[in-house]
Design a protein around this ligand. Structure first.
Ligand code: IMP
Length: 180
């Protein structure tokens, strides 16, 4: 496959990811039984994970997407969140599940969650494929996560470096040379 030479190691294979997503889907199905949550995919990193996760969730959902970028020190949730693409649905009174590729410093998700609560969402949960707790600068409750990873930059399964590597089937660590 393209880019194979840029990969230092594989952290999680396609099969491991699929098995974990099946478990996460079952958890969400149980927790949202009888409800109809709005699932918000955060672009661009989350779309591959979202597509797989939702096919393991057995409750009716509404799906929408947002694209945001956050600025500021990263140490507080009060900095600005720039909405690049907003939702088309009204979250007021609804249960929301934000789907992300990775929670790193937590800045983006903390601000996004705050914004959705300010729009009167009934509840806001977070589901992420990957979680890097050692990098956290802002406290944010991660309700569902696939895997915890150490402080390494990863690509694949939706995650990019400079828009490359998103479509790798595994989650991988790149060789140093690939960043140059
Ligand atoms: P946070 O606001 O620091 O939590 O940033 C989260 C965003 O940073 C993610 O949605 C990714 O787009 C990006 N990011 C953080 N760590 C990585 C990584 O290891 N690989 C690729 N993107 C990452």
């Amino acid at each position: 496959m393209q880019h194979t030479n840029d990969i230092k190691k594989t952290l999680f294979t396609q099969q491991q990811i699929a098995a974990r997503i099946e478990e996460m889907g079952a958890e969400i199905t149980k927790d949202y039984a009888g409800k109809r949550p709005i699932v918000i995919g955060v672009l661009k990193g989350a779309w591959i994970f979202l597509a797989d996760l939702l096919r393991e969730v057995d409750v009716d959902v509404d799906v929408d997407f947002m694209s945001v970028s956050s600025y500021g020190s990263g140490t507080t949730t009060s900095g600005s969140l720039t909405i690049v693409k907003d939702l088309t649905v009204d979250v007021s009174g609804r249960d929301v599940i934000i789907v992300e590729d990775i929670v790193d410093t937590g800045t983006t998700l903390a601000r996004l969650k705050e914004m959705l609560l300010a729009r009167n969402a009934n509840s806001v949960a977070i589901a992420t494929l990957l979680n890097k707790p050692s990098r956290r600068k802002v406290e944010v409750a991660v309700n569902y996560f696939g895997f915890e990873i150490p402080d390494e930059f990863v690509v694949g399964f939706g995650l990019d470096f400079d828009e490359k590597y998103r479509t790798l089937k595994d989650v991988c660590v790149l060789k140093e040379e690939a960043y140059m």
